[in-house]
Design a protein around this ligand. Structure first.
Ligand code: ADP
Length: 585
């Protein structure tokens, strides 16, 4: 049962939370009834005292004192439980979301392209975000249920058929609410996409850096309308459900009200016939209204919890996805040779062969260039080389061992990869943006100096108000109140290059990382890089000046390797290479 799973999940994270909630549920359900019971006894005793019973007065006073003590206990419990709920809720939430994030970051790489994984993740996230509330709502379900049952039992103690009337009265309401919840949950699950599109639009629309394009292209109104349509699709349906259930709910409420009237009339006749003491009227009236309240509360709580439980199932199936395992041999030495043998690849759930029987042989210290038109498969080749995706057939060998048999983390230690969409760590200082190239080791000033020099970042970084300690986003402010500074696209690329150089890895893969840097600067930057004789460098570039310096150039076209050789050889061949670079030649 889902409620049990939530309890188990919570119990693991914070056992105290579960215990507190269970005690709380009982206190909330039972104490009011006990209080009412004593109030009823007080009334009866007063009536008896009025009729001349001499001991009745003392009894009335002791009942009042007991009632007062119970009141104090209830108040004390409610303040303590408020604190406990907050403190434990924090622990539980942290545990659930930490586990989820960690898991997400360790999935097999292809899953980040997989729609089903992302759908499940979205819903799991929804669950994690609301988990503390889910838990207290679940506790609420339990405590309302106990209140309902306790009410029924309390009535049966007076007369079994009072209990029966009440039970019959609450059942229609519960059934109706279950039906509504089911419809809403089904709607919720079928609308993941709508909600995702909407939140992506909201995200894109509300990024200050996107404003310039959105305004100039006149997209603001258009996107707002798009978002509104998506929202309507989602929420109007929910409102429609509510509308459909108004009459049914009204019917159920009428039945409940009628049951209450019947129960009270019955009690009154019993008291007049002296079959019940006077105080029972208060007791029955209070208990009936509490039990009905319990039923309504139970139904409401179930309703609010249903959606969460649907997400819980997704949370669990998400957490059960296998993580990428790093098995295989740990690479200890700098690889001397990386070779591809008939490597073919298609993306999961796609029929297109993105790479078709590629062969390459890369020796340590070689400078390789990979060229080809957009969509030729260059970036995909890099993803395979880095071990993020595995070939469908063929193999990638590192010094004679298949990459799939090598511990991928130890392979990554040998690599410095820089892609066209390099990260911009806007939450970090300039220094950290570079240091993030190798956080496995302590900050190294010498490597840092080399990195800023090679990437030609020194000049613009030292001009910043706080130099390397400056933040790189206008809305990031340091303790002294210095605002961050926004960098240009080319400056960000230089910073990313600096991060890559700081890493000082023996194999460097550069996937068009210098598109926004002018050709002259790029040429100087690459001169440093190519000067390092023992580094293997694999560059993807559209710039002839960079490409022509490579020892071997591979030309990809539609996933096939169509040419390879030096610049001179390929120009003379007048084939694909020549065609691509004709204008630059
Ligand atoms: P290049 O880097 O040469 O421009 P890519 O390697 O990025 O080319 O893309 C090669 C082909 O693979 C393209 O047709 C592209 O649409 C497809 N592709 C790229 N990424 C994915 C993906 N995650 N899922 C499915 N197809 C993809």
């Amino acid at each position: 049962m889902a409620i049990g799973r939530v309890a188990k999940l919570t119990f693991k994270a914070a056992p105290g939370a579960v215990i507190v909630q269970i005690i709380g549920a009982f206190i909330d359900a039972i104490l009011p009834i006990v209080t009412t019971f004593f109030a009823a006894l007080t009334t009866t005793a007063l009536a008896q005292a009025f009729a001349g019973d001499e001991t009745a007065g003392a009894r009335a006073i002791s009942y009042v004192i007991i009632t007062a003590v119970l009141g104090v206990v209830m108040t004390a419990w409610s303040s303590i439980s408020q604190y406990l709920e907050k403190a434990l809720g924090y622990r539980v939430e942290a545990a659930v979301s930490d586990r989820m994030y960690e898991h997400f970051l360790k999935l097999d790489f292809w899953r980040y392209d997989d729609k089903q994984t992302i759908d499940t993740y979205d819903r799991a996230q929804q669950f994690a975000r609301f988990f503390p509330y889910v838990f207290s709502r679940l506790a609420n379900v339990v405590s309302q249920f106990i209140a309902l049952i306790a009410g029924l039992v309390a009535l049966i103690l007076v007369s079994w058929w009072l209990g029966l009337i009440l039970l019959a009265a609450v059942i229609p309401g519960i059934i109706i609410q279950f039906k509504l919840s089911r419809a809403q949950t089904a709607h919720w699950n079928s609308n993941v996409e709508t909600r995702r599109s909407r939140s992506m639009i909201e995200w894109d629309m509300l990024q200050p850096t996107h404003m310039a394009e959105l305004r100039v292209y006149g997209l603001v109104r258009y996107l707002l309308d798009m978002r509104m349509k998506l929202r309507d699709k989602d929420e109007k349906k929910q409102i429609e459900f509510e509308r459909q259930f108004i009459l049914k709910r009204l019917g159920a409420n009428t039945i409940e009200a009628a049951a209450e009237v019947v129960a009270l009339l019955w009690t009154v006749t019993q008291i007049i016939g002296q079959a019940l003491p006077v105080g029972q009227f208060i007791y029955v009236q209070q208990v009936v209204s509490r039990a009905l309240g319990g039923a309504t509360g139970f139904v409401r709580a179930i309703n609010s919890v249903d959606e969460d439980l649907a997400n819980l199932v997704d949370y669990q199936s998400f957490m059960e996805l296998p993580e990428t395992e790093s098995v295989g041999n740990v690479l200890r030495d700098t690889p001397k040779r990386v070779s591809l043998h008939d490597v073919s690849f298609r993306y999961p759930e796609s029929d297109v062969l993105v790479l078709d029987r590629i062969n390459m042989d890369i020796q340590r210290g070689q400078h390789i260039a990979i060229v080809g038109e957009n969509g030729a498969g260059k970036t995909t080749l890099v993803k395979l080389l880095t071990g993020l995706y595995q070939p469908n057939s063929g193999s990638i060998m590192i010094d004679g061992t298949a990459l799939t048999d090598i511990d991928v983390r130890s392979w990554h230690k040998q690599l410095g990869v820089l892609s066209q969409s390099a990260m911009r760590y806007t939450f970090a200082t300039a220094r950290n943006n570079i240091y993030f190239g190798d956080v496995g080791q302590k900050f190294d000033q010498k490597r840092f100096d080399m990195a800023v020099d090679w990437s030609e970042s020194r000049k613009f970084l030292e001009k910043l108000p706080k130099s390397y300690d400056n933040y790189l986003m206008p809305w990031m402010e340091d303790e002294d109140g210095n605002k961050g500074v926004e960098l240009s696209g080319g400056q960000w690329q230089r910073l990313a290059l600096a991060r890559n150089f700081y890493r000082t890895s023996p194999i460097i893969i550069l996937d068009e990382p210098t598109s926004a840097i002018d050709a002259l600067a790029e040429s100087r930057i690459f001169k440093h890089l190519f000067g390092a004789k023992d580094k293997t460098i694999i560059t993807i570039s559209h710039r002839l000046t960079t490409v022509k310096k490579a020892d071997v150039i591979y030309v990809l076209s539609d996933g096939k390797l169509v040419e390879q050789g030096t610049h001179k050889e390929l120009v003379e061949a007048k084939g694909e290479y020549f065609r691509i670079f004709e204008s630059q030649l």
